[in-house]
Design a protein around this ligand. Structure first.
Ligand SMILES: NC(=O)c1ccc[n+]([C@@H]2O[C@H](COP(=O)([O-])OP(=O)(O)OC[C@H]3O[C@@H](n4cnc5c(N)ncnc54)[C@H](O)[C@@H]3O)[C@@H](O)[C@H]2O)c1
Length: 390
């Protein structure tokens, strides 16, 4: 089903950010190539124009399509008959809005890193622009591409868990337990409110946990009560946060985001409980989902379990037992977006299962959640609305 190994990738793709020293650039480059949907033909890869040019050459791109800045790139690519159709934006948070806007306004589809903007107002503006210009956008919540996350969503949607009562999500690591911002550019901008927005770990990792919680349960968060603190001396933004959640359909939840959880290694985990069953997933064992129906012995679902739903099965690439993981999940989001976009460009209907890629609207809910957390934490944990009418 997937367009794997085609000699002529159908989508012309450009990249903004993701330069030689970036953290996430390689994940995007791997994801866009894996199923051969995208051909990377243009880029403004670095804040420094010279570094952008050097890196573009290293990637083997036509030097005429390696740009010094994103505005030049948007205009030049728009003017070409063979210009890019889709751009991936992976720069520091505060730049997302202006960059995405420049491409949306010339009709180029966008895959945008999270958090998609630093204010809800900017997120809503991007949604309005995307609708006005008839452009498709994805928010890069890559973890939603794990087959077992799709399985969890399918189980909830099928009613196998009954009414959802309790949701616990966490994304905690110990990578920032010391003042790493003093010697890492990537950590420095994440702790600078002008570049990161008004949160550190809540936006950097907490929004991933929030997205999984809403993606799996199919429920948005109504209000939050947040507590955040900074443990490393001199750090301005929070490096740890606990958030209580009230979901729209009545579920109660809890989210923990941390950069000072020494010993945790990108500890993304989620547990969802309902009146009929509970499920638990941890990124360190991404191909297993613990499924515990009421009154029965818990089962560990694996990628070859007969219980696997089509939503998960369609994403498998190798026989169960071979480890599949992070890069495949990222690729699954890229490929779902590609199939949806190809259908749009050719005036056909996409496979409905592709539509599970994270959208700009999902990204906007994430930004609203961050604003609500800040408002709540600044007011001693007062319950604050995280609702967003879209
Ligand atoms: N989805 C995920 O799992 C995930 C993981 C890591 C980072 N991210 C997100 O990706 C984004 C980038 O994070 P990172 O860790 O790669 O940052 P980074 O600091 O490691 O890299 C940023 C890159 O963007 C370039 N850049 C900065 N401003 C630019 C501009 N105006 N034009 C062109 N290039 C520019 C820099 O030169 C650098 O190459 C952030 O929004 C972050 O939240 C997402």
């Amino acid at each position: 089903m997937r367009n794997r190994f085609s000699s002529k990738p159908p989508l012309r793709y450009g990249m903004v950010g993701g330069g030689a020293t970036s953290t996430i650039g390689d994940s995007h480059r791997i994801a866009l190539r894996w199923d051969s949907y995208y051909n990377l033909v243009a880029g403004a890869f670095d804040r420094n124009p010279e570094d952008s040019r050097r890196f573009g050459e290293q990637l083997g791109l036509d030097s005429g399509r390696v740009y010094g800045d994103y505005q030049q790139m948007a205009m030049a690519e728009f003017a070409r008959v063979d210009g890019i159709q889709v751009v991936g934006v992976m720069t520091p948070n505060s730049t997302h809005h202006a960059i995405a806007k420049a491409f949306i306004e010339v009709g180029i589809h966008v895959i945008l890193e999270k958090p998609i903007t630093t204010t809800t107002e900017d997120a809503l503006n991007l949604i309005r622009l995307a609708r006005e210009h008839n452009v498709l956008c994805a928010s890069m919540y890559g973890y939603s591409g794990y087959p077992m996350i799709r399985q969890a969503r399918a189980l909830v949607a099928n009613g196998d868990l009954g009414e959802i009562t309790v949701v616990q999500a966490e994304f905690a690591h110990g990578n920032c337990a010391t003042a790493v911002e003093q010697h890492s550019e990537g950590a420095a901008w994440r702790n600078d409110p002008k570049m990161a927005g008004s949160t550190f770990v809540l936006g950097d990792v907490g929004t991933h946990a929030l997205h999984l919680a809403t993606f799996i349960t199919g429920q948005q968060v109504r209000e939050v009560s947040a507590d955040r603190q900074s443990f490393v001396p001199g750090r301005v933004l929070e490096d740890n946060a606990h958030v209580l959640l009230r979901f729209k359909k009545g579920a109660a939840g809890y989210l923990w985001a941390s950069g000072v959880a020494v010993g945790h290694r990108h500890g993304l985990a989620i547990r969802v409980y309902g009146t009929k069953a509970g499920i638990a997933w941890h990124q360190e064992r991404p191909n297993q989902l613990r499924y515990s129906p009421l009154g029965e012995t818990p089962r560990l679902l694996e990628l070859d379990s007969p219980e696997l739903r089509p939503q998960a099965k369609r994403l498998l690439r190798v026989a169960a037992g071979h480890p599949e993981g992070y890069f495949e999940a990222f690729t699954n989001v890229y490929s779902d977006f590609a199939e949806t976009l190809i259908a749009k460009l050719s005036g056909t209907k996409p496979d409905p299962l592709c539509l599970d890629y994270p959208t700009l609207e999902d990204g906007a809910h994430g930004v609203k959640f961050l604003e609500a957390c800040v408002e709540s934490a600044d007011n001693n944990g007062r319950w604050c609305s995280a609702e967003l009418a879209l």
